[in-house]
Design a protein around this ligand. Structure first.
Ligand SMILES: NC(=O)c1ccc[n+]([C@@H]2O[C@H](COP(=O)([O-])OP(=O)(O)OC[C@H]3O[C@@H](n4cnc5c(N)ncnc54)[C@H](OP(=O)(O)O)[C@@H]3O)[C@@H](O)[C@H]2O)c1
Length: 271
């Protein structure tokens, strides 16, 4: 696939990680433009990546085959309306904005605009993200391929069957880094109470999180089975796991993730 011209509208955290990822995968810097309101930030992006920058969103969009809307959700409406006149060449528009439905994007960008809505997560910032994507019916197979390449450059991505699955993705990966941070926080606190220094507790917990994720990714074995294999009857792990299960950890996960989906729907309505 030839390398498309990509315009990032907004050059903040998400745009910076995506740009870093796609440049690492061999995308030419001459094919990337970023627009944003702050001269100084644009200058820094130009110095860091050697990409073009402009304060004019429409100039960035003109001639781009992919336009990545990477502004905060509250800015998406005004930026989309501003860009709508620059989309006559029907570029693919990708929105990473949380909670903004395709129906609104189509209203602002034009009903024939090819649009992909997606839900990335913060590990994209360290090129280990997980993204769910959903395309409107106007997006071509080739454009789906472009979106896949962009998000695979900062981790993994999955195409969704229906737009409302974005809310479930918010629960399983979008918001989920925070769940893992919470476990780390809780384990570190208890590790210290059990007598370890914070440094030792943190080092061991982080490596264990990484090791468990690696084992689950590198083996085609169900997580429940991996768990059973490290839980000897009447052993130490079983004592801990039984305590989690008696405290209804499974029910708690269900409640937490269902609340996440509910909140995503409320935010989409507010947006
Ligand atoms: N960060 C994440 O992990 C994450 C995860 C999932 C989804 N997202 C989505 O990604 C989007 C961006 O988030 P972020 O964390 O990257 O935010 P961010 O760091 O604040 O970046 C937003 C950028 O938009 C620029 N901007 C503001 N007004 C603009 C305008 N009128 N035209 C063009 N650019 C404008 C800002 O420039 P100035 O700073 O100069 O004002 C800033 O560089 C959000 O919609 C968010 O929902 C982010």
């Amino acid at each position: 696939m030839s390398k498309p011209k990509i315009a990032f509208i907004g050059g903040g955290n998400m745009a910076t990680s995506l740009i870093g990822g796609i440049l690492d995968k061999g995308h030419p810097s001459s094919h990337i433009t970023v627009s944003g309101p702050t001269e100084e930030k644009l200058f820094r992006l130009n110095q860091k990546f050697g990409i073009s920058t402009t304060k004019d969103n429409s100039i960035a969009a003109t001639g781009a085959e992919v336009i990545l809307l990477s502004v905060k959700p509250k800015m998406v409406k005004s930026v989309s309306l501003e860009l709508s006149a620059s989309l006559k060449h029907r570029p693919l528009v990708i929105s990473v904005a949380a909670g903004i439905p395709l129906s609104s994007l189509q209203k602002w960008l034009g009903k024939d605009a090819p649009i992909v809505r997606c839900m990335p997560n913060t590990p994209a910032l360290v090129q280990a993200g997980a993204t769910g994507l959903f395309a409107n019916t106007v997006v071509s197979r080739e454009q789906c391929g472009l979106a896949t390449e962009i998000f695979n450059a900062v981790g993994v991505c999955c195409w969704l069957e229906k737009e409302e699955d974005i809310d479930a993705v918010t629960a399983v990966s979008g918001s989920a880094p925070a769940y893992f941070f919470l476990f780390m926080e809780a384990m570190e606190k208890t590790g210290i109470e059990l007598g370890l220094s914070q440094k030792v507790a943190r080092k061991l917990i982080l490596q264990t999180a990484l090791g468990a994720a690696k084992m689950a990714m590198e083996n085609d074995i169900e997580p429940a089975e991996l768990r059973r294999r490290v839980t000897s009857p009447a052993g130490t792990t079983e004592a801990a796991i039984n305590t989690f299960l008696e405290g209804d950890i499974l029910g708690l996960f269900n409640k937490a993730m269902t609340s996440c989906v509910k909140r995503a729907k409320e935010l989409a309505k507010e947006a």
